[in-house]
Design a protein around this ligand. Structure first.
Ligand SMILES: [Zn+2]
Length: 447
């Protein structure tokens, strides 16, 4: 699950090798590729010049909460392989940094250690993916929307409260809170009804004044844009899972702020993947940025929150692997705009718009620990208008020091909590999806 994921070759990739080389030998393809800009390695001496040593630090983080999830799609009936449901399981995993250092000395992680670490509640959600109509819904798309809505506001109310708190800025005094508009009627694609406004005091389900169909507060995620009665909802699942994971982050922040805000400064929150809202969920980035700015001065004028997104795959991880030999232990390199567009994602290095300006709520860097582990991390900014400065990242020194401690030698380049969280929530395609499908069939037969 670590960086080794793309080192090893999966069986199907081996099988498709011939077709792959045929494509690359095609003169048209070669001419096309020759005219394209590809990611490249920085010129000699560049990486050495750009990296900086991590400053010394007090070391106040004592616990880690890792947030991660997994999902699996299962066909519901053998005769109709396309009728399917997706199972998601996700949630926080709390670990003590001392326990983790102890784990590092062990050759392997035993089942009793796993049990010790598996101590926080997990969430699980079953959601129609194709050709299944959920209970109480008039059609497939409404069933998908209703399932998500009921999950957030009836089954896991904590997460629904977290969504409300985020959308309406629940951390602000009542007079300063905001409203949230769903951009169009989410119920009927051709409904002439415009924006559907929600506020903290409004119900979470509103009837569209034009078509009379329900609009849900969970439609703020705009997943309805990519759910089709015939094509299904397969296209929304990864957006939904990562948004739910971020709602868990928000819920941890919300809960600790109301209980004892000072605990936040001792806890490292690790989210699997970058700190960003992609696709149609991107508008959620705005309130998240505001929350990050709010927390940036909450610890006597300094950042209170220790939040990091760690990546295990993608262009930035591949780039980190490429420059790894040139990174010095205990050093970091900021992925500045110029650097990203020049070497990682081919683009215009003079582009004034920061990379991920409408999706990310943080900035990226690569760090090599004293033990030689390399991490690609996103951290929230203190001042949103200042880019490309290490001291403008929230608690960066503290966070990187703690991440370096989390490493476990049995996993190649992996962060322990993320690996463990993956192990605990992973739903393998076989045979467990078969078991899950059986479970679904039994449920449907009884309904
Ligand atoms: Zn309508």
């Amino acid at each position: 699950m670590g960086y080794s994921q793309f080192k090893g070759r999966k069986p199907f990739e081996r099988a498709s090798k011939i077709a792959h080389s045929e494509i690359l030998n095609n003169p048209d393809v070669q001419a096309f590729v020759g005219s394209c800009t590809l990611p490249s390695e920085p010129e000699g001496g560049q990486v050495e010049a750009l990296q900086q040593p991590l400053p010394a630090v007090e070391g106040r983080i004592s616990s880690v909460i890792a947030i991660d999830g997994g999902m699996s799609e299962a066909a519901v009936r053998k005769e109709f392989p396309s009728a399917s449901i997706t199972f998601m399981t996700f949630g926080p995993l709390m670990l003590d940094l001392k326990d983790l250092s102890a784990l590092d000395d062990q050759p392997f992680i035993g089942p009793e250690d796993m049990a010790k670490l598996k101590n926080l509640s997990r969430f699980s959600l079953s959601i129609p993916t194709k050709a299944i109509r959920a209970k109480g819904a008039s059609r497939f798309s409404e069933g998908v929307r209703r399932t998500i809505h009921e999950f957030l506001f009836a089954k896991q109310k904590e997460l629904g409260l977290a969504l409300q708190w985020l959308l309406f800025r629940g951390w602000l005094p009542e007079a300063e809170r905001k409203t949230w508009n769903v951009p169009r009627c989410p119920a009927t694609p051709d409904c002439p009804g415009g924006e559907v406004p929600f506020s903290y005091s409004s119900p979470v389900e509103i009837e569209c004044p034009y078509c009379g169909q329900p609009a849900f507060l969970s439609d703020a995620l705009r997943l309805y844009e990519r759910v089709d009665d015939e094509q299904g909802a397969g296209g929304i699942m990864s957006y939904l899972l990562t948004t739910l994971e971020q709602l868990v982050v928000v819920n941890v922040i919300r809960t600790l702020l109301s209980l004892r805000p000072s605990t936040l400064r001792e806890i490292l929150l690790i989210k699997d993947g970058p700190l960003a809202f992609f696709g149609m969920t991107a508008p959620l980035r705005t309130p998240m940025l505001e929350l990050m700015s709010y927390l940036a001065k909450k610890d006597s004028g300094k950042p209170l929150l220790c939040l990091v997104g760690l990546e295990k795959s993608g262009a930035f991880v591949e780039h980190a692997m490429l420059i790894e030999p040139k990174l010095k232990p205990g050093h970091y390199l900021l992925f500045t705009n110029d650097y990203v567009y020049r070497y990682v994602i081919p683009g215009d290095p003079t582009n004034p718009q920061p990379y991920g300006f409408n999706t990310y709520y943080g900035s990226k860097l690569v760090y090599k620990s004293h033990r030689g582990d390399v991490f690609v991390a996103t951290l929230p900014l203190i001042d949103q208008s200042i880019r490309d400065r290490f001291d403008n990242l929230q608690n960066a020194t503290e966070i990187l020091r703690a991440i370096a401690e989390l490493r476990c030698s049995m996993y190649d380049q992996a962060v322990v909590p993320v690996v463990l969280a993956n192990k605990l929530v992973s739903l393998a395609d076989f045979p467990s999806s078969e078991i899950l499908a059986k479970f679904v069939r039994n449920k449907l037969d009884r309904a």
